[in-house]
Design a protein around this ligand. Structure first.
Ligand code: UDX
Length: 443
């Protein structure tokens, strides 16, 4: 990767997006001035502590210590950099709109300047750029430039996604700032989409809504497969080979979660509604996802009857593997539903336990998959952590009280599970009954 000195930048907000963006641009050769209002976080970063678990990030930050500057003082970034990347949170409000108060605070903190530009990384509704430019004008800061440069990082592979993006989208007003952002990305071998600000904002929302739609679609196909006896894994394999469809994001499961899809789908639906358009499809995408998280309950009840007093082990809690992020994780809904139905919940996650403890009440956290399944009436695989592929299913069957394995991510081999003595229930595939071992069958 290029290491010659490049334009210094500022990054406001040191969450997932901000830190990865900062470390990524440091890797490309820029000095990066990272600003956050959270003094404890900045102190930690200055002492080498990375507040999130993201593969490769700690190494990258460590490698570029001399180029990464962490501070709570915005003037550090303003003094050294023209381009200020904004990566602050835009959580959903009760109405489903995005909460833009953190962004408004950033805008208000900017001085009048002809030399600076805000580069928006946070996901914002279409039209935010216009309203920020209007605010700048009202505050006598019309010289401040604005660029929309949405991020498409996936948690768990964010560093790789930054350095090897499918595309870079830059929406600008045709001034120096858009050019400068394009120049910053020039060492990367990626198609660059140069466009207007509103279209760039829409690219991000539409991309996430489309991917969420793809997931809800395959989940509905899975539910139909359960009625008809087809296997959704085979169906997705057959569909995915069509170039126009593609194999990615066709994995049926117990619903999508995370910090982006739930929020962005509802933000787009709300944005459409606010503009007078009823986005019917997205209503269904959201509803299908909510119901999908609950379908595990009926599978458990089908096998166990009442769940009162039953012990259920959850394998994995994070919204997906390789992250400790618990936001909108299916495990949150599932563990609450299970406890409401009278079950006792034991859970293991290789990385997300600390985060999960903040959000899950009444759950018994254990330190290994083996400890979770011991004595359980049923095991539910919630997150497809790679280590679960290595589980000794025969040992699992032996240490459980019951035999039911619900594979919420179609991650395990149904035949291997059945041969190990487990009753296998996936998502959208035929149930496979436990097969007694040869020794038992002989008795
Ligand atoms: C997503 C987008 O992919 C990324 O471009 C955007 O910048 C942020 O939102 P992320 O939230 O990190 O990234 O996770 P992603 O890997 O996209 O998965 C989202 C959810 O969908 C997870 O809960 C995952 O389990 C689920 N999923 C994904 C499925 O259920 N089936 C699939 O086939 C793919």
């Amino acid at each position: 990767m290029s290491t010659h000195a490049r334009e210094p930048i500022g990054v406001i907000g040191t969450g997932y997006v901000g830190l990865v963006t900062a470390a990524g641009f440091a890797e490309l050769g820029s000095d990066v001035y990272c600003i956050d209002i959270d003094a404890a976080k900045i102190q930690g970063l200055n002492e080498g502590r990375i507040p999130i678990w993201e593969p490769g990030l700690a190494d990258l930050v460590e490698r570029h210590r001399d180029r990464l500057h962490f501070s709570t003082d915005l003037s550090d970034a303003l003094e050294h950099a023209r381009l200020l990347f904004v990566a602050v949170g835009t959580p959903p409000t009760y109405s489903g709109d995005a909460d833009l108060s953190a962004i408004e605070a950033v805008v208000a903190a900017m001085p009048a300047s002809d030399r600076h530009a805000l580069v928006m990384k946070s996901t914002v509704p279409c039209g935010t750029g216009d309203s920020i430019k209007r605010t700048f004008r009202e505050q006598g800061k019309e010289g401040f430039r604005y660029v929309s440069c949405p991020e498409f990082l996936k948690e768990g592979s964010a560093v790789k996604d930054f350095l090897q993006p499918d595309r870079v989208v830059i929406g600008d007003d045709g001034d120096w700032a858009g050019e400068a952002v394009a120049e910053l990305y020039s060492p990367l071998d990626a198609p660059v989409v140069r466009t207007d600000i509103k279209s760039a904002e829409m690219v991000k929302l539409a991309s996430n809504a489309f991917l969420a739609t793809k997931i809800s679609f395959i989940n509905e196909i899975a539910n139909v497969c359960e009625e008809t006896g087809a296997d959704v894994v085979e169906v997705a394999r057959g569909m995915g080979l069509d170039d126009r469809i593609g194999p990615k994001f066709l994995q049926a499961g117990i619903g999508y979660g995370g910090s982006c899809f739930p929020k962005d789908v509802s933000a787009l639906k709300q944005l459409a509604g606010n503009s007078g358009y009823h986005f019917q499809l997205l209503n269904a995408v959201i509803e299908v996802n909510e119901l999908q998280k609950r379908r595990v309950m009926s599978k458990l009840q089908k096998h166990l009857g009442s769940l009162v007093g039953k012990e259920v082990a959850l394998l994995g809690l994070a919204f997906k593997p390789n992250t400790d992020d618990m936001r909108e994780a299916s495990s949150l809904v599932l563990s609450a539903r299970l406890q409401a139905a009278g079950a006792k919940v034991r859970a293991y996650d290789p990385v997300a336990e600390a985060e999960a403890r903040k959000l899950l009440q009444g759950v018994d956290f254990v330190a290994s998959a083996e400890a979770a399944v011991e004595g359980a009436d049923a095991v539910v695989l919630v997150t497809e952590w790679p280590e679960f592929a290595e589980l000794d299913l025969r040992a699992v069957a032996e240490s459980m009280r019951g035999t039911l394995l619900i594979d919420g991510r179609n991650f395990l081999d149904p035949e291997a599970a059945a041969a190990a003595g487990l009753a296998y229930e996936g998502v959208g595939r035929p149930s496979v009954a436990a097969r007694p071992s040869i020794a038992e069958a002989a008795v």
